[in-house]
Design a binder for this molecule. Structure first.
Ligand code: HEC
Ligand code: HEC
Ligand code: HEC
Ligand code: HEC
Ligand code: HEC
Ligand code: HEC
Ligand code: HEC
Ligand code: HEC
Ligand code: HEC
Ligand code: HEC
Ligand code: HEC
Ligand code: HEC
Length: 284
């Protein structure tokens, strides 16, 4: 914030030195151009157009706060005499500590007071994610994946609230688009990935009931081919009929068929598969 200002300041200093000491409105020597006694907000804006622009376009609630409500003193900074930070307004004069005891270095996150909701994805911000989003921080640690090892800001980069596309870092599953049943998956879209993956528990895959078999078949060639070739009634089913909703769920034979045979027979032979083979290719 201060860097470009210092450049300007030294320019002003130089000009002042050349022209000779100029009296400011406050009667101090040197630093600031002469100005009318009663400064209006409009006059502040004329000399500080960038600040005005920031407040106007991105100032959020601060755009409704007058310059002098915050800057009760201004043009009092004199290099070597006053500290720059000290002449500038303190957040806590108007705000209590809105995020509690832990997050008190306001400007480490709100780095520009004139655009207070424009918060860069800095290290300071990263240290605060878990304070304000405890549920997500807990979730990503509970469902451990390689995403757990990333900083939140690896994905939520640039600035606070940024939502990444999965494809910034990943290739889409090969062949997901389009499939032979004519179902078009919009591969480049975050919404498509979110149909199956939640980013904070990425391996806890869930999928819609109408997911086509070809999609499962991308990774499960054997099961897919076996079911397709089978002449049993199961071959007409969607994979999701027996593997509903949550990936790796397996519905058991009895959940659909109950007890088709006398108990004694099953006890003698053990599993259904002993006689019927695998579900993907039922032997009658
Ligand atoms: C909500 C309080 C607030 C309001 C309203 C506000 N400022 Fe500021 N201003 C600050 C704070 C805090 C700083 C310290 C640096 C920072 O955070 O950008 C600052 C810094 C400045 C600076 C020093 C340059 C810089 O960016 O560091 C100038 C010039 C300035 N403000 C002018 C204005 C003008 C002109 C207005 C009205 C159009 C205004 N400010 C409105 C709080 C405010
Ligand atoms: C005639 C031009 C002019 C007007 C009008 C003006 N400023 Fe400034 N202001 C400057 C210059 C030049 C500087 C020094 C360079 C810089 O920081 O931009 C400065 C610096 C500042 C600073 C940072 C340094 C300090 O000592 O505070 C603040 C804050 C500030 N102005 C606020 C205001 C406010 C608030 C108003 C209206 C009430 C205002 N200015 C009106 C020209 C002006
Ligand atoms: C002169 C008083 C004043 C100062 C100093 C001040 N603010 Fe504010 N700020 C306000 C007011 C008034 C609001 C609107 C509050 C409301 O609507 O409840 C506000 C709102 C905000 C908001 C919410 C914006 C929105 O649109 O939701 C943030 C963030 C904020 N301030 C941060 C800061 C930070 C950081 C500082 C210090 C750099 C600061 N404020 C200094 C008066 C001030
Ligand atoms: C770790 C980073 C961080 C720190 C430190 C921090 N803030 Fe915030 N603040 C945020 C974020 C992120 C938001 C939410 C912005 C949004 O709603 O989009 C926020 C929102 C706000 C709001 C508006 C919503 C509310 O809760 O009232 C105010 C006002 C505010 N901050 C003021 C402050 C003040 C004053 C301090 C210092 C005492 C401070 N903040 C310290 C990150 C921070
Ligand atoms: C000071 C509290 C605070 C901190 C610190 C904070 N957030 Fe937030 N965050 C909020 C609030 C409040 C909202 C809701 C804002 C809204 O509804 O616009 C939010 C919203 C979000 C959103 C959703 C934006 C959207 O479009 O729905 C994301 C993503 C987010 N935060 C990520 C993060 C990450 C990542 C971090 C750490 C790098 C973080 N936040 C730190 C308070 C905070
Ligand atoms: C691998 C990338 C990635 C990582 C790491 C990540 N996120 Fe997200 N996050 C996303 C995506 C993508 C979305 C959008 C999800 C949606 O729209 O349903 C999101 C959404 C959010 C949201 C807003 C929606 C909601 O569910 O409330 C918040 C808040 C959030 N993340 C916070 C965090 C925090 C805090 C961390 C670190 C503990 C984190 N994220 C880590 C990718 C990530
Ligand atoms: C900022 C980059 C980034 C973004 C954005 C991102 N990921 Fe990842 N993801 C990674 C990294 C790094 C790994 C570790 C493995 C690797 O290098 O591919 C990973 C691994 C994974 C894994 C395997 C996890 C494991 O533990 O084996 C899945 C599943 C995954 N990502 C899905 C997603 C989905 C879905 C999205 C969007 C919601 C997404 N990712 C967004 C970086 C990212
Ligand atoms: C139809 C559901 C579905 C959709 C849609 C989907 N995935 Fe997956 N994805 C899965 C399943 C199932 C796995 C395997 C999970 C496991 O290993 O337990 C997986 C694994 C992954 C992995 C880790 C293993 C690997 O192949 O590298 C990444 C990364 C991944 N998906 C990214 C994405 C991205 C990016 C998108 C969006 C373009 C996406 N996925 C869309 C179901 C889906
Ligand atoms: C991106 C690749 C991918 C996609 C797409 C995919 N899976 Fe998987 N699936 C896997 C991986 C990896 C495993 C774990 C294999 C292992 O543990 O040996 C797995 C395991 C399974 C298991 C076995 C669980 C167990 O306990 O042995 C079932 C059942 C399953 N998937 C069904 C499906 C169904 C149904 C679909 C379509 C809705 C699908 N899969 C889509 C990669 C995928
Ligand atoms: C999601 C429910 C479901 C599951 C799980 C399931 N089945 Fe079926 N099965 C059916 C339905 C529905 C039929 C067709 C019944 C009809 O049309 O008369 C069927 C048909 C059959 C038939 C007759 C074969 C044919 O082609 O006519 C056999 C034998 C059979 N199932 C055995 C099994 C075995 C063994 C398992 C476990 C490995 C199993 N089923 C799992 C629902 C299921
Ligand atoms: C009629 C129910 C049913 C249908 C339909 C079905 N499965 Fe299965 N699947 C099962 C059962 C039951 C098991 C457990 C092993 C067994 O008993 O045969 C299983 C096991 C699996 C396994 C893990 C073991 C292996 O064989 O690799 C995968 C992967 C799998 N199924 C994928 C699929 C895919 C992909 C589809 C669709 C193309 C599908 N299943 C359709 C019932 C079904
Ligand atoms: C000892 C071998 C054996 C075992 C073990 C066995 N079955 Fe059967 N099952 C048969 C025979 C033989 C038939 C009659 C085939 C026919 O009539 O076409 C049959 C018929 C069926 C049918 C009816 C097929 C139809 O067309 O109506 C279903 C459903 C079935 N079994 C499911 C199961 C289930 C579920 C289990 C496990 C609990 C199981 N079976 C265990 C041998 C067995």
């Amino acid at each position: 914030m201060i860097r470009p200002t210092l450049g300007l300041l030294s320019l002003v200093l130089l000009v002042s030195a050349l022209v000779g000491a100029v009296e400011t409105a406050r009667g101090q020597r040197g630093l600031y151009p002469p100005m009318p006694k009663k400064l209006t907000r409009k006059q502040c804006m004329e000399c500080h157009p960038l600040i005005f622009k920031m407040l106007k376009t991105n100032g959020a609630a601060h755009s409704r706060v007058a310059c002098r409500q915050c800057h009760t003193t201004f043009h009092t900074y004199i290099p070597g005499k006053t500290k720059y930070e000290d002449v500038l307004p303190k957040c806590t004069r108007c705000h209590d500590h809105p995020h509690g005891e832990e997050l008190t270095a306001c400007t480490s996150c709100h780095s520009e007071a004139h655009t207070p909701l424009d918060i860069p994805a800095s290290l300071s911000l990263a240290k605060g994610c878990h304070v304000c989003h405890p549920k997500i921080a807990k979730e990503i640690n509970t469902y451990f994946t390689q995403h757990t090892e990333l900083y939140c800001t690896a994905c939520h980069h640039t600035k606070h609230g940024y939502i990444p596309q999965c494809l910034e870092c990943h290739q889409p599953h090969k062949g997901l688009f389009p499939d032979s049943e004519g179902f078009m998956w919009p591969v480049s879209d975050l919404a498509n990935c979110l149909m199956c993956h939640s980013p904070h528990k990425a391996l806890n895959v869930t999928y819609p009931d109408d997911t086509p078999n070809t999609t499962c078949g991308l990774c499960h060639r054997k099961a897919y081919e076996m079911l397709k070739k089978s002449h049993a009634k199961h071959s007409k089913f969607r994979c999701t009929k027996c593997h509903p909703k949550k990936h790796k769920t397996i519905k058991r034979c009895r959940q659909c068929h109950g007890e088709p045979h006398p108990q004694a027979m099953i006890r003698k032979f053990g599993s259904c598969g002993k006689c019927h083979g695998v579900a993907h290719s039922i032997i009658r």
